[in-house]
Design a protein around this ligand. Structure first.
Ligand code: URA
Ligand code: SF4
Length: 214
């Protein structure tokens, strides 16, 4: 549907621009509808995503699917990708422990994320979790205070951030949903805004490559 996006995916599949390439199985590029007005940008692949090459298929992904469904959408009606395309983890005693991507890794992977967003030209970008918000909204973004707030964006008509499902899984208990209802609300709000802006003709011009910061 978007041949240039397939070319970008093919080019990214052999990327060795940062050390995350050394231990990865798959470059996890993206999934869903590249024609969608809403793009969700997560943090980075975990073990299940590294193994399958598909974003958000593990436990956090299943919770995200549930939130997307409760917001009245399906994963096929949005496009989903990540800040970094290869799994970030530390190795101790032969075991892998997931960690957030470093600033260098995040910066290196913007060579794929920014053209990816540019080609899709979404109306709204919803950042999933703090590393994504710090990459695409503001370096000192405070996720618990600023989630659900609409910001201007160089990559879409507007952008927002929400809680990461992995964070929600860690926070949730028998008496507290860990913030799950906020994730549902934020997805619904981002979708509604995307549809309103699109209906008002406020789409994002395609192929307006944002400037990559040095
Ligand atoms: N967490 C993310 O941020 N992205 C994935 O693809 C999976 C888990
Ligand atoms: Fe390349 Fe991004 Fe993978 Fe680093 S994380 S090797 S920049 S695709």
């Amino acid at each position: 549907m978007l041949p240039a996006l397939d070319e970008l995916r093919a080019a990214a599949s052999g990327c060795t621009a940062c050390p995350l390439s050394e231990r990865r199985t798959n470059v996890v590029f993206g999934k869903g509808d590249p024609g969608s007005p809403l793009v969700l940008v997560g943090e980075g692949p975990g073990a299940d995503e590294d193994r399958t090459g598909i974003p958000f298929v593990g436990r956090a992904g299943q919770l995200l699917d549930k939130a997307i469904a409760e917001a009245g959408l399906t994963t096929e009606t949005v496009y989903i990708c990540n800040t970094v395309k290869c799994r970030a983890c530390d190795w101790r005693d032969g075991k892998a422990y997931n960690r957030p991507p470093s600033d260098e890794e995040t910066q290196a992977c913007r060579q794929w994320l920014l053209p990816q967003l540019s080609l899709i030209a979404p109306t709204m970008v919803l950042c999933i979790g703090a590393p994504s918000a710090r990459n695409l909204i503001r370096g000192d973004f405070k996720i618990t205070k600023e989630r659900g707030v609409v910001f201007p964006s160089a990559y879409a008509r507007a952008t927002m951030a929400t809680l990461h499902p992995a964070y929600i899984l860690r926070q949730s208990s028998a008496t507290h949903d860990g913030g799950f209802s906020l994730l549902v609300d934020d997805i619904a709000k981002a979708w509604q805004l995307a549809c309103e802006l699109r209906a008002a003709g406020k789409t994002t011009p395609k192929l307006s490559l944002p400037e990559v910061e040095a």
